[in-house]
Structures are given as C-alpha cells and as structure tokens.
Design a protein. Structure first.
Length: 219
C-alpha cells in the first residue's frame, strides 16, 4: 500500500500553525515576515513549539535582499540555529548561494554541522540554481535532508518532470518536497507526474492546507 502523502504547511503565526495541524498537515515550516519568509522571532518559535505536536521546521534567513550571506549574516544565522535547537525545533530551512546562484557549499556545510541533530532543508533558492541535478548531487554530499523545489518551474506542476528526475535520483537519500502553487485541484496531478511523497502548501490561508489534505484523502 502506498504511504499517504505528507503535507508541509508554510505558516507565519501561531494561529496558522495551530490550524494547519488541526487540518491534517504533517509538518509546519514557520517563517517570519518578508517576501519568501525570514527567520521568525524566538517568541513565535517558542509559542508554536508549545502549541503543536507535529514536527516544526524554522526558516533561517536574516534578510530578503538575496540568498548571499556575508560574515555578519553567517554569525546571525548560526546564533539563530542554536536558538532554534534550544527551543526544541525539529529542523531548519535555509539556502545560501553564491552570486552566480550556485550553492555556497562552505556556508551550507557549516550550517548543517551546527544544526545537527535537527533536520536541514534547502529552500526554494534551489530553483535559482543553474542545474537542478548537479545541485542535488552537491546537497546529497552535504547530507541535506530535504529540498523544497518547484522543479525549476514557475509552479510545481510546471516543473513536474524535473521533480520526477530529482526524486528518481534522490531515492530515499533525501526528501524532494514539491512546492509552488500546490492546491487541491492540482495536487493529484503533481504527485502522479513527479512521484514525490511530500508536498508544501501555503498556510497563511489555512483553508489551502485543509483543501489539499482533503483532496489527498480522496485519492
């Protein structure tokens, strides 16, 4: 029997995290304000950790200017990772790049080492990289646990063929998490074409997560 598809809910508040859990999400990605999300406050992380029992992953992103981080940013991010670990967070979500949009493997390796035993997810900065499969190989070597990606497409459905190639190569070594306009009306098609086992849905409107979970339950 095929295991159920896990729905990760992207949340920005205690209210939306609580609602996502109630509607059947299997994991919460908690983000602070800004385009694409930033590191949430310690107070928000602590309250969400107290209020939900499903796994909690936290965005580690000090600004929305780019995915390039200088030494000051690195220090901030490392302190945020330690704080998240102290608060009982299950995983972190980040994506350091070079100016040519390739992965900054030096920074990422340092973050992965510091984060353990928490899980590490590489967020949709992945979709800016020049070669999806080559980037996957780098992330496998660095023991990243998740990649959140639309398969280099505008949406997860547009990028389904690349998602399928990533899933085929990754196997059980890491989780390919399909994200990018995942909705109740397209989630079955995304899974059918990509073979992913987890999807990422925006929960700033919790009804989106509710509808995706309900659609999957009717498969």
């Amino acid at each position: 029997m095929t295991p159920p598809t896990l729905v990760e809910a992207c949340c920005d508040s205690v209210r939306t995290a609580r609602a996502a859990q109630r509607y059947g999400a299997g994991r919460v990605e908690l983000c602070g304000p800004g385009e694409g999300g930033t590191t949430p406050s310690l107070g928000l992380i602590a309250r969400c950790r107290n209020e939900i029992t499903i796994p909690l992953h936290v965005m580690i992103r000090p600004h929305t200017n780019s995915f390039l981080y200088d030494e000051d940013d690195m220090d901030v991010m490392c302190n945020d990772i330690v704080a998240a670990k102290t608060l009982g967070v299950d995983g972190i979500v980040l994506g350091p790049l070079h100016s040519d949009h390739t992965v900054d493997t030096r920074q990422l390796a340092a973050f992965v080492t510091l984060a353990r035993p928490m899980k590490v997810a590489f967020h949709r900065a992945f979709d800016r990289t020049p070669d999806a499969l080559e980037t996957l190989e780098q992330l496998l070597r660095l023991d990243v646990d998740y990649i959140l990606t639309s398969g280099h497409g505008r949406t997860a459905l547009d990028g389904a063929a690349t998602l399928q190639a990533l899933q085929a190569r990754a196997g059980d070594q890491l989780v390919v998490l399909a994200g990018g306009h995942v909705r109740a009306e397209n989630v079955h098609r995304i899974i059918e074409l990509s073979h992913v086992r987890e999807v990422h849905a925006r929960a700033t409107d919790p009804t989106i997560v509710r509808d995706v979970v309900q659609a999957l339950a009717t498969r």
